[in-house]
Design a protein around this ligand. Structure first.
Ligand code: DX5
Ligand code: ZN
Length: 215
């Protein structure tokens, strides 16, 4: 099963409710919400308030990608706002293990995101506690960037190291430059959750975009 999680960063925010409905109607499995603080990444987006709004108007599970420094200060707020998955960055806090335990104690799936230059070995002592790993295939901060090819080597390395240790419903997510040209390279490597911003929202037929990503 391949899940598609459209990234609302590329949506028309003046029509957010309509855009979210369009994700539902097109067959999206999750909504990917990019939280940026202007410190961890050179862009600022939105906070728990918008997450709460999405929860109110949609039944799709919320996949919350925190690109913020010291996520420990906000995990509980995003949980309360309705996150179903919270992903924090390997590079964003010193006490990663503690934050994973915190997310799980709130009854939410916990994920770790790796920036393009971060090695999979970072996962050695936490992989058994995780529900999801997110491979960033662009430098986080903006939608519409080109896919970084070395992501594929990293996923191959991940499979060599960890494939036997993953629980059955483990999610392997890729975010950045996912489109009709890159998706197969990912899914043939076991990636089962594709985030798509520009490709999905700019496609003239969004249902078809999802069909292609899942094919
Ligand atoms: C980038 C974000 C992505 C972004 C993906 O920092 O995490 O979710 O919106 O956009 P595309 O699919 O256009 O690369
Ligand atoms: Zn993202």
């Amino acid at each position: 099963m391949i899940y598609v999680s459209p990234s609302l960063l590329s949506a028309d925010f003046t029509n957010l409710e309509k855009e979210i409905k369009s994700c539902e109607e097109s067959g999206a499995d999750y909504l990917h919400l990019d939280i940026m603080d202007g410190h961890f990444v050179p862009n600022i987006t939105f906070g728990p308030f918008i997450v709460e709004f999405c929860k109110k108007i949609s039944k799709l599970p919320l996949d919350v990608h925190l690109m913020i420094e010291k996520p420990e200060n906000y995990i509980e707020k995003f949980a309360k706002a309705g996150a179903d998955i919270i992903v924090i960055h390997a590079e964003s806090t010193v006490h990663i293990h503690r934050q994973i335990q915190l997310i799980k104690s709130l009854g939410i799936k916990a994920g770790i995101a790796l920036n393009p230059a971060t090695s999979v070995e970072f996962l050695d002592y936490i992989i058994d506690d995780l529900d999801l790993v997110l491979f960033m295939s662009v430098n986080p901060g903006f939608s519409g960037q080109s896919f970084i090819p070395s992501t594929l080597d990293k996923i191959d390395q991940f499979n060599i190291y960890y494939q036997d240790r993953l629980k059955e419903d483990f999610l392997i997510q890729v975010d950045g430059g996912v489109n009709d040209k890159t998706h197969k390279l990912l899914t043939e490597r076991g990636v089962n959750m594709l985030v798509s911003g520009n490709y999905f929202f700019k496609h003239p037929n969004r249902k078809e975009a999802i069909r292609i990503l899942k094919s």
